[in-house]
Design a protein around this ligand. Structure first.
Ligand code: NI
Length: 191
């Protein structure tokens, strides 16, 4: 099982709700966490903060979010089922985002500063999360995935919003007209 990347159409579908946690759902969660850990072993400068089910081709509303974003040694993830955005607040902030399904491209993406999220745990408990900062951004990015939306959609046409990592691990701007505008993997419908 491997992480699927653009332009795979499975990244563009609206995923189905999880009604009960059976062995199939538990296996999906296990594979999602394992894929995050495997991926970052091969990416020296990056950490897998979270993953959404469609990134493994699963058509279900499941995300896993790392509980400590700053410590790569600490690989514990929290699964959330059927996460929903209740409310967003605060001003729009621009910060860097990457995605395991959009290889080698980063973007400076606008997101609201704060988000209130509702979800279920694997034990069937309802949880409400008041998130800000990087956690709010991460949760909004992952919930977007469940609706077939990628971070590149939020910055489409913005020439100064795209970056890549250089070989020292620094983000450097990408030439939009050369590498993004006509990239059919990113924007297949453009002519
Ligand atoms: Ni992503």
């Amino acid at each position: 099982m491997n992480i699927i990347t653009t332009p795979d159409p499975r990244l563009r579908t609206k995923c189905k709700k999880v009604n009960h946690v059976d062995d199939e759902v538990k296996d999906m969660i296990k594979n999602m966490i394992q894929n995050c850990l495997d991926w970052e072993k091969e990416h020296e400068f990056e950490i897998s903060a979270a993953l959404a089910a469609p990134q493994l081709g699963y058509d279900r509303r499941i995300i896993v979010v790392r509980d400590d974003m700053d410590d790569k040694e600490h690989g514990t993830f929290i699964p959330l089922l059927n996460p929903e955005v209740i409310k967003t607040e605060g001003k729009t902030l621009y910060d860097y985002e990457g995605c395991l399904s959009v290889p080698n491209i980063y973007g400076k993406v606008p997101r609201p500063a704060k988000a209130r999220i509702k979800a279920q745990t694997i034990d069937g408990q309802e949880v409400r999360i008041k998130a800000d900062g990087f956690l709010a951004r991460t949760l909004l990015h992952e919930i977007d995935h469940l609706n077939g939306i990628l971070f590149i959609d939020h910055i489409k046409g913005q020439k100064d919003a795209f970056y890549r990592l250089d070989n020292k691990g620094d983000l450097v701007p990408v030439d939009y007209d050369k590498e993004i505008a006509n990239n059919k993997d990113l924007y297949p419908d453009e002519d």
